[in-house]
Design a binder for this molecule. Structure first.
Ligand SMILES: [Ca+2]
Ligand SMILES: [Ca+2]
Length: 446
């Protein structure tokens, strides 16, 4: 806008200069014509200038008005607080415009209504307030063999047809139960308890009561109504029901069904643990339940124990003496007896108890030199074919070798492995030390 004005002014000055000196100036008419043109131009620019100012003012007003509106909105731009549905949860705490909240139902319930709702510009929520409805677990007809499904929160129960038993009526009632279930129908007296009918330990009368004209019968814990005859409760065979880990194995070893319950049993050599389901080895060595003699050592094993004694090896050219119950050392070799110096300096004995089928690979045993010896230590596996099938020896650091289990051992078994550690300097063997490890592997995986 100011640039054209400057141009105009320059033009006017040029003309007035020429008019003052008057010699080569154009005629007065020409000057007046020019002045009129300049006036026109000025008017046009003035109009344009005013128009721009007016536009600018309008824009400023509009911006001020918008800013005002937004400030008002920010002051209370939240939607009303939403509650979580009963038996459900609400995710998202912000109730501001354009924020979302989500809804979830507890297990066993399904959402009816909007899964998510948005706080809209109008400060109202989109969608409908959801509710959580109990899922009818009976829809999939889970009860087998003519059983009737009863829907409960997050679960169902089956009232089995006569002759069937189990959570989904999947098993037949053993014949000795079936013969005892023919008792009288439920009593009509409200809140009455049936007298004990002619029942065996696996069959009990139910407790029935009438609530609003309907008979409800319940059983003692561990029993279930197994037929249409609701007056009789039959023991639940938990061992059968949880056979092979349908819902996790009940017992680590064996399951025994009992009237109203079950119990677990363990093999000889184990006690049932406090939770009643697992087996714990009996430490016969600690509890004097062993028959090891004085010159033997008792080694506790899984499910049993072993009596062991160390006899020092008889090797030509060398003699060994026991320096501790588990160690034999070679007597000093006579001077210049090279055959003697080639024999092992010592034998150490170790005994380990393992469970059957222990997963591999894993480190079973470490052999370390107590002090730096020679230039190099070499570790190697000695022993029979069985040892080579299951073990390998690796070096784990400069002074340590480790016996690794590389394939699981199926018990019961006794496996021996020998780790030889040799001290070498300038390719000459300075000494070798044997560690014998005997592993007693149990019959079971516990
Ligand atoms: Ca039982
Ligand atoms: Ca034992």
């Amino acid at each position: 806008m100011f640039v054209p004005a400057a141009v105009v002014i320059t033009f006017v000055c040029f003309c007035s200069f020429q008019a003052t000196f008057g010699q080569d100036c154009r005629s007065r008419q020409e000057i007046q014509g020019s002045l009129k043109q300049v006036q026109k131009l000025l008017s046009a620019h003035e109009a344009s200038y005013l128009q721009s100012l007016s536009n600018l003012k309008k824009k400023i007003n509009s911006l001020q008005s918008n800013a005002g509106k937004q400030t008002t909105k920010a002051a209370n731009s939240t939607c009303a607080k939403l509650d979580a549905p009963i038996n459900g949860r609400k995710l998202g705490k912000s109730h501001s415009v354009s924020h979302e909240v989500h809804f979830l139902c507890d297990p066993g319930y399904e959402l009816v209504g909007s899964e998510s709702r948005v706080c809209q510009e109008s400060l109202t929520w989109s969608g409908q307030q959801p509710t959580c409805r109990d899922i009818n677990e009976c829809v999939s007809s889970p009860c087998l063999n003519g059983g009737t499904c009863v829907d409960e929160v997050n679960q169902f129960s089956c009232v089995c047809a006569k002759g069937w038993i189990g959570a989904t009526c999947q098993s037949t009632v053993p014949t000795f139960f079936a013969t005892m279930t023919n008792t009288s129908a439920a009593t009509s007296a409200a809140a009455a308890t049936l007298p004990a009918a002619t029942t065996g330990p696996f069959v009990r009368p139910s407790r029935c009561s009438i609530v609003q004209g309907t008979t409800h019968c319940t059983c003692e814990a561990g029993y279930t109504i197994s037929g249409r005859d609701s007056s009789t409760c039959t023991d639940i065979d938990e061992c059968e029901l949880f056979h092979n880990g349908q819902a996790g194995r009940l017992c680590l070893h064996a399951c025994i069904n009992t009237p109203g319950g079950y119990r677990c049993s363990c093999p000889v050599g184990y006690n049932v643990t406090r939770d009643g389901r697992s087996c714990k080895d009996i430490d016969e060595c600690a509890t004097r339940q062993n028959n090891c003699t004085k010159d033997h050592m008792c080694i506790n094993t899984y499910g049993s124990f072993q009596c062991v004694s160390v006899d020092c090896p008889k090797i030509p050219n060398a003699t060994y003496v026991k320096t501790s119950p588990m160690r034999c050392e070679r007597n000093p070799c006579p001077v210049d007896n090279k055959a003697c110096t080639q024999t092992p300096n010592s034998f150490s004995y170790h005994y380990m108890a393992l469970v059957s089928n222990l997963s591999a690979p894993r480190v079973m045993f470490r052999v370390s030199a107590l002090r730096p010896m020679g230039e190099t230590l070499r570790f190697s596996l000695l022993g029979g074919r069985l040892a080579r099938r299951h073990f390998t020896v690796q070096r784990s650091d400069r002074l340590t070798g480790q016996l690794m289990l590389v394939s699981p051992i199926q018990g019961p078994a006794t496996v021996e492995a020998e780790v030889e550690m040799s001290e070498v300097e300038k390719r000459v063997q300075l000494g070798k030390y044997i560690t014998k490890i005997t592993m007693f592997v149990s019959q079971y995986e516990f």
